[in-house]
Design a protein around this ligand. Sequence first.
Ligand code: FMN
Length: 454
Amino acid sequence: MTADPQRWLWAVGALALWLALIAVIVWRERKARAAAHARSDALAGAGEGRPVLIAFASQTGFAEELAWMTARSLGDGGVGARVLSFADLDVQTLKSTDRALLIVSTTGEGDPPDSAARFVRKVMGEATDLSKLRFGLLALGDRSYDQFCGFGHAVDGWLRRAGAEPLFDMVEVDNGEAGAIRHWQHQLNQITGSVTAPDWTPPAYDPWRLVERTLVNPGSPGGEAYHLAFEAVGATPDWSAGDIAEVGLPERDGVTPGSREYSIASLPSDGRVEFLIRLMRHPDGAPGLASGWLTQDLALGDQVGMRLRANRSFHGPADETPMILIGNGTGIAGLRAHLKSRTASGGAWLLFGERTQAHDAFFDAELQAWLASGVLRRLDRSFSRDAGDGRYVQDLVAAAADELRAWGSRGAAIYVCGSLEGMSQGVHAALESALGADVVLTLLEDGRYRRDVY
Ligand SMILES: Cc1cc2nc3c(=O)[nH]c(=O)nc-3n(C[C@H](O)[C@H](O)[C@H](O)COP(=O)(O)O)c2cc1C
């Protein structure tokens, strides 16, 4: 114990500052939730009788988008709806609801979205009687993964075991397939008694023009990575750091191959949407469909169809909250948008891994400028192919355990962007060793550990 009054004053001051910071974070979070609740309440009052509960578990925003479209369709058919994220869903709400529509995606290797982590542990971990509940389930997934709609199946099985009665069989959506979504709309019509098919065509693509393309890693032992910039042909829309762009692929042999999603690396204030895209190659060396088209075939001045999608689960925290950004390869794109939107207030720490310092230190000049301005408090990079280094980003996480704990105790939020295999799993394990598995789970459940991995 110290008797020095000045030290005491410093300690009390630091504690007061910390408490104020936490209060601001909680207040901001509440404000955002209150806005969503207000939107939901307006829809809940749309019809007669008890509103249908619509709950979504979304990692990259698609399930959330479909949840609001579902609510609007019900509202148009005279049925009120209440929209909730799985993050806000509890067993009491389910018990007191007679009809629920659940829209859930699967991430990782058959895993639930991060925002559903608490629901999985607290609600699905316990036996419950939901025999008064009737439900419909829309499961989003992608058949190229081993566990297609893994979380959808887990929720379906759990609800049935709890005695809930399905209104119709689970609708599975493979990679946004329009036919399956139309089938879901058809089921909604059964609920509202409506015969007209609601217009659910996703928002049209807007035209954007390629204005810049630079190979950023000539000579790299890794695949070529390109920095691309597109300007809107019409008005530039608004978006936030963490959001995603869907780029429509051109028709080939009469077939439209759908779209590809890329993390946006810029902000509206840049006046353009920027990406960092790796040219993928097939084993025979042929370029990948989307990355080959965007990085090789498309010429400057050419137009593409693109729509921007809110990816709320990767939006940034309040500016006062320190951010720990972790990523590898082209995953720096989404992290760069966050760095661009930061001020020196909360500051950021970037841990980044690539192959070689000489060729793959992406956005180095910008990072140095952010270090100088104080936005970036600390920069740790590893280069796995460099002699004398050989580390991956997860090794940086492991080596910085003490400092991570210190940032954690100041309320920092952790954002991970990059490859799922290897990187995000390795980083997750390294975070668990550094902070403890319980702490990592709590961070995940509190939205202070967010991931955008692919
Ligand atoms: C990193 C990642 C992992 C995924 N893992 C799976 C999976 O294991 N099984 C599956 O069916 N779909 C998987 N998907 C596909 C998503 O479920 C699908 O894209 C869904 O439409 C996303 O919806 P959301 O934006 O609401 O999260 C994965 C997608 C990503 C980006």
